[in-house]
Design a protein around this ligand. Structure first.
Ligand code: C2E
Ligand code: MG
Ligand code: MG
Length: 579
């Protein structure tokens, strides 16, 4: 019954409103789950029971019809609870013998003397003997009431914490916000990072204990004009008048709970807030906005808290646009291949290129890969797009070969997500076979992030590709956490060092030292180095002193359309024949 206590505590005025919405379902309970019986009893001086179904004596706690009869149960009035007999007799007097239905509520008495609340409804009709009798259906309303409460609980409360669930939170928060148009509220979502891990490491029981503690904390911090609940899993939600002080109070209180009971593990609690600037939004949309902010807080490592801003909204809308239009864009060839030439520092001539994709979009102009590749990595489309880029690159190389030119190699990017495709090696091998291209002409750029996700798999796949004659380039070397570790385990042909990662103005000397050390180390490990992101002469002069010979950057050339690259890199290819 603890649950019911909670209901009373937490709902009061909202329950009446909530109740309305399950009236329909409640009707179903009436027919399916309630105890009901049919009885016929005489009306007049006596109220002898003439007929009754077994459910009637069962409802009153008798074990058999015989027991019921022996106990003198066949006098209906004697079965009515003494304190309700007068009320019952009054109701009988009001019943009309004209075929209309009557309804009375009173209490019967069970075998053990306890009252049984019932609802009687029926009609007065004559029996074969010409006596007036009540033909009734008797429904015990007790289970119905119990059920109603339980049902209410399940519909609107979270069974583990007893807090409002998403639905009840939505209704109550809506009421509160609407009732106070002069107050700016805020919606805060509280989330435990990696809660799954907690469940896995310490068991569900501990997990539930943590959820209950958080619920208790939200109850304890409760002030007027506050609605809170559990949205799902480890996501809790609070709506209160926007105030930094209140926000801080919640965070401080919750931060005290970060120790897992009896374990040496600290929880990481994150917060996403939406200030309800636009109260006309649905509560669902407000929650979505708080969730967006939460995502930002989860991505950052230091800040546990983030507030929704319009930029987040724009980002989501932009991402949705990308998802809605990607297939069409691929069909229409709106994805175009650009190539950024790579230069030798010694000869200052083109020695190769990197294929980089661009989205030429009718409405938005040119969309850069930084915007759409992360979206495609999430929804899996990146594989289709990459394959398209690889194939277009192969077609270009084929065209050169067909004209008797051995082209400079072009590198293509392989997304970390591409490695989730177990067939990635045969796919790439078959592609160069299809166009009869020597594999060393199609170089493959992998990123450290792919290695970090699943080192064993990447090592296996990349060495297989090397065995098949492909060159492996490590893109953005040094940008991740495990660059050196990776070099220990994995065979790489070329390191691509992005100068962006090193050129912090304040640390030029340190940066330079690191860079020249990497070039030396690469030499010892029989790898070459390409410096990318080269933007000025100073960088070039420095690179010359390190022994790094290959560069790629805006100083030499921006990425250019494939045709233009053809003219720059393979001038012997006659006009109009380039793919
Ligand atoms: P990335 O592979 O490291 O490519 C180099 C990026 O640096 C390119 O950006 C290029 O335009 C830019 N860049 C080149 N020189 C300079 C310079 O001097 N200064 C500066 N600031 N930037 C320079 P882009 O084309 O916007 O591509 C960004 C990233 O998107 C790429 O980084 C790559 O990770 C990804 N990407 C591009 N095309 C593809 C593709 O076809 N497939 C996959 N999976 N990823 C791609
Ligand atoms: Mg690259
Ligand atoms: Mg790069």
């Amino acid at each position: 019954m603890g649950d019911l206590k909670l209901i009373k505590q937490e709902t009061n005025d909202t329950l009446a409103k909530l109740g309305l919405s399950f009236a329909k379902k409640q009707k179903r309970f009436l027919t399916e789950k309630t105890e009901s019986a049919c009885v016929v009893y005489k009306i007049g001086n006596h109220s002898r029971l003439l007929e009754y179904t077994d459910e009637f004596w069962q409802m009153l706690g008798y074990v058999s019809a015989d027991e019921f009869r022996m106990a003198g149960g066949e006098d209906f009035l004697a079965l009515v609870h003494p304190s309700d007999r007068a009320k019952f007799l009054r109701s009988i007097r009001c019943r009309k013998n004209d075929g209309t239905m009557y309804r009375s509520e009173y209490r019967l008495m069970a075998k053990n003397g306890t009252p049984v609340e019932v609802l009687e409804s029926g009609r007065i009709e004559e029996t074969d003997n010409g006596e007036s009798a009540a033909w009734s259906m008797i429904i015990s309303t007790m289970p119905m009431k119990r059920m109603r409460e339980r049902f209410l609980f399940r519909e609107f409360f979270d069974p583990i914490t007893g807090l409002f669930n998403r639905r009840a939170f939505g209704i109550s928060a809506r009421d509160m916000i609407d009732a106070h148009p002069d107050i700016v509220f805020e919606i805060m979502i509280v989330d435990i990072s990696r809660f799954k891990v907690v469940n896995e490491m310490f068991g569900e029981k501990t997990g539930n204990q943590i959820l209950k503690r958080i619920a208790k904390c939200l109850r304890d911090e409760n002030e007027s004009l506050t609605v809170y609940g559990r949205l799902y899993a480890d996501h809790f939600i609070v709506c209160f008048p926007s105030s930094k002080v209140r926000r801080r109070a919640y965070m401080d209180a919750l931060d005290k709970l970060t120790a897992v009971p009896n374990e040496d593990y600290r929880l990481d609690i994150r917060y996403g807030v939406y200030r309800v600037i636009d109260p006309s939004l649905s509560i669902g949309m407000m929650c979505d906005r708080a969730e967006l902010a939460l995502k930002r807080a989860k991505n950052g490592t230091v800040q546990a808290f983030a507030e929704y801003d319009e930029g987040m909204h724009k980002k989501v809308v932009g991402e949705q646009y990308i998802v809605n239009n990607m297939e069409k864009a691929l069909r229409n060839k709106d994805f175009q291949i650009y190539v950024q030439p790579k230069y030798s520092l010694t000869t200052e001539t083109v020695v190769g290129g990197e294929a980089l994709v661009r989205w030429k979009n009718e409405e938005k102009g040119m969309i850069s890969p930084g915007e759409f590749i992360p979206v495609f990595e999430q929804n899996g489309f990146v594989f289709k797009l990459d394959y398209y880029v690889w194939e277009e690159t192969c077609k270009f190389l084929r065209n050169c070969l067909d004209h008797g030119i051995v082209p400079h190699p072009i590198s293509v990017n392989i997304s970390r997500m591409d490695f989730y495709n177990e067939n990635i090696v045969p796919v790439i091998v078959n592609l160069v076979k299809k166009y009869h291209i020597p594999p060393q002409l199609l170089e493959l750029e992998l990123t450290e992030s792919a290695y970090m996700e699943d080192p064993k798999k990447i090592i296996r796949m990349s060495s297989e590709l090397q065995r098949r004659g492909f060159k492996i380039l490590m893109d953005d070397f040094g940008s991740g956490y495990s660059s050196l570790n990776m070099l220990k385990d994995m065979s790489v042909d070329i390191l691509k060092l992005d100068l962006k990662f090193l050129d912090s103005k304040d640390h030029t000397e340190r940066g330079n030292n690191i860079l020249s050390s990497i070039v030396h180390m690469a030499g010892w490990l029989h790898m070459s180095v390409i410096a990318e992101g080269v933007e000025n002469r100073e960088q070039v002069e420095f690179l010359r002193t390190t022994g790094c010979d290959c560069v790629q950057g805006f100083l030499y050339s921006r990425p250019v359309p494939l045709e233009e690259y053809g003219r720059m890199a393979e001038p012997d290819l006659s006009e109009g024949t380039i793919a």
